[in-house]
Design a protein around this ligand. Structure first.
Ligand code: ASP
Ligand code: MG
Length: 257
């Protein structure tokens, strides 16, 4: 069975309680497919705080060092989620982007994914463990830690879906779906059940920050469906981007290797 990729963003991990509820959601998914790869972002405002911290030491920090610092946010999340799963008796193992084999260009703070070599993830799945992956980060061919740019964890999830042969990537969000207008400002906003990749990209670009535009483009290149679900009610309908898409015969990443 092809692995199922689940993605949880920063708004889904605001406190330590969040990790326990996500762990329960993951356990609920294990019956349908035990081969689960979970991508997580940094908790809440952590990434902003790390950028501020860098600036307080040097208003113009070297980009390499900034990547070393800001990539830590996701590392906090993956380890806490693995701990939460362990407390439920579920074996999980966390991996940084580098350990997951996310290979990128060496453009610090705006790296593009050129390849995914998920050897360690596959071994973990084969051992019956859940693989938990730090979003937003990778390693360049020269061995440097890189980050993909703000909001890059969605792209990590789609790249893993491409590498692992998945048909779909599941995004769990507090807003629960893609709406015609922002439901926080407009309580009558209409939920969009199905969107084309093009519609989703133009919504992402016009400020609807449900999915990151780069992740949608990568999904389209590979024919991967993007499913958005409410985090509070997993399994309830949300939105599907690329409904009816079929996997392309060749895996394509963001840039050629
Ligand atoms: N934590 C990173 C950011 O805030 C990546 C992400 O959330 O996708 O930009
Ligand atoms: Mg974030």
């Amino acid at each position: 069975m092809k692995p199922c990729i689940l993605k949880f963003g920063g708004a889904s991990v605001l406190s330590s309680d969040s990790f326990r509820s996500i762990a329960q959601l993951i356990v609920g998914k294990m019956n349908a497919n035990p081969r689960l790869v979970v991508v997580v972002s940094a908790m809440g405002d952590t990434t902003n705080q790390l950028f501020e911290l860098a600036k307080s030491v040097n208003p113009n920090p070297p980009k390499r060092e900034q990547d070393m610092l800001v990539s830590v946010g996701e590392r906090i999340s993956i380890s806490l989620l693995a701990m939460a799963l362990a407390s439920l008796g579920v074996e999980a193992v966390s991996f940084t982007g580098s350990q997951s084999g996310i290979i990128t260009t060496d453009d610090h703070s705006d790296a593009k994914i050129v390849d995914v070599r998920p050897k360690r993830i596959l071994s973990a799945l084969d051992r019956g463990q859940i693989a938990i992956v730090a979003g937003f980060q990778g390693v360049s061919l020269s061995g440097e830690i890189t980050t993909l740019g703000r909001g890059g964890s969605d792209t990590t999830a789609v790249a893993l879906g491409a590498a692992l042969g998945s048909q779909a990537v599941e995004f769990y969000k507090d807003v629960g779906a893609i709406f015609e207008s922002d439901p926080k400002n407009d309580p009558l906003a209409k939920r969009l059940e199905r969107l084309s990749y093009g519609q989703a990209v133009s919504m992402a670009k016009s400020g609807a920050r449900v999915l990151h535009a780069r992740s949608i483009a990568l999904a389209e290149k590979n024919g991967i469906r993007l499913e958005v679900y409410p985090i509070q009610a997993a399994g309830q309908p949300g939105s599907v981007v690329g409904f009816g898409a079929a996997r392309k015969p060749e895996i394509v990443y963001e840039e050629g290797c």
